[in-house]
Design a protein around this ligand. Structure first.
Ligand SMILES: [Zn+2]
Length: 58
């Protein structure tokens, strides 16, 4: 049973963490895949999916 990154991305609210400065950017996966997502803080283009969030504190 392979896990599908795209499905995971959708499940995790389309949040992406900048690999450079660890800022969370919200974007559609298609944007990330096509390299259109640019970190709002440092301008980096490399992101990873933000996984498992602790239950949001209000
Ligand atoms: Zn960044």
């Amino acid at each position: 049973m392979a896990r599908i990154p795209e499905a995971e991305a959708r499940l995790f609210h389309r949040k992406w963490v900048c690999r450079k400065c660890k800022t969370i950017n919200k974007a559609d996966i298609s944007k990330v895949r096509t390299g259109k997502l640019i970190c709002k803080k440092c301008g980096n283009k490399h992101f990873r999916i933000k996984r498992k969030e602790k239950k949001a504190v209000a």
